[in-house]
Ligand binder design. Structure first.
Ligand code: SF4
Ligand code: SF4
Length: 132
């Protein structure tokens, strides 16, 4: 599974690009976050499939005049700094941080879009974003 940022311009924003490309290529395209109005916007998506399906999906999305950029960021946790307060889990827009009953966290790499909100929110500076 790989993650991408899709940028929609005004003219294409109301078109069902993702469903059309999913049907065409049989790649599984999952919207993780973002928003679009009729004036355009951005979506963060994951694309699942074999390499050929993923390449075809990206090519088809670009063919629909939507910009596609791969997301290569990963979130890292410094366990020595983390105090299990669970606060980072409350700010994540994609629910990529699971907070367990004891306050400890679990990062779901597949859901993280590298937005950095949790990095800023952490009072202990225990989180950081790395370029993959
Ligand atoms: S906000 Fe920071 S200290 Fe608190 S659980 Fe998250 S990583 Fe750990
Ligand atoms: S960087 Fe943090 S807040 Fe942003 S998606 Fe990843 S886990 Fe969630």
């Amino acid at each position: 599974m790989k993650k991408y940022k899709l940028a929609y311009s005004k003219g294409i924003a109301t078109e069902p690009v993702i469903s059309k490309v999913s049907i065409e290529t049989k790649a599984l395209i999952n919207i993780l976050s973002g928003s679009i109005t009729e004036r355009g916007g951005e979506l963060i998506v994951s694309i699942e499939g074999d390499d050929q399906q993923i390449r075809s999906a990206i090519s088809s999305i670009r063919g629909e005049r939507v910009e596609v950029q791969p997301i290569k960021k990963t979130l890292e946790l410094d366990q020595n700094r983390c105090v299990d307060c669970g606060y980072c889990g409350t700010v994540c827009p994609t629910s990529a941080i699971i907070v367990h009953a004891d306050g400890s966290i679990e990062i779901l790499d597949e859901g993280c879009v590298g937005c950095g909100l949790c990095v800023t929110a952490c009072p202990r500076r225990a989180l950081s974003i790395k370029e993959a």
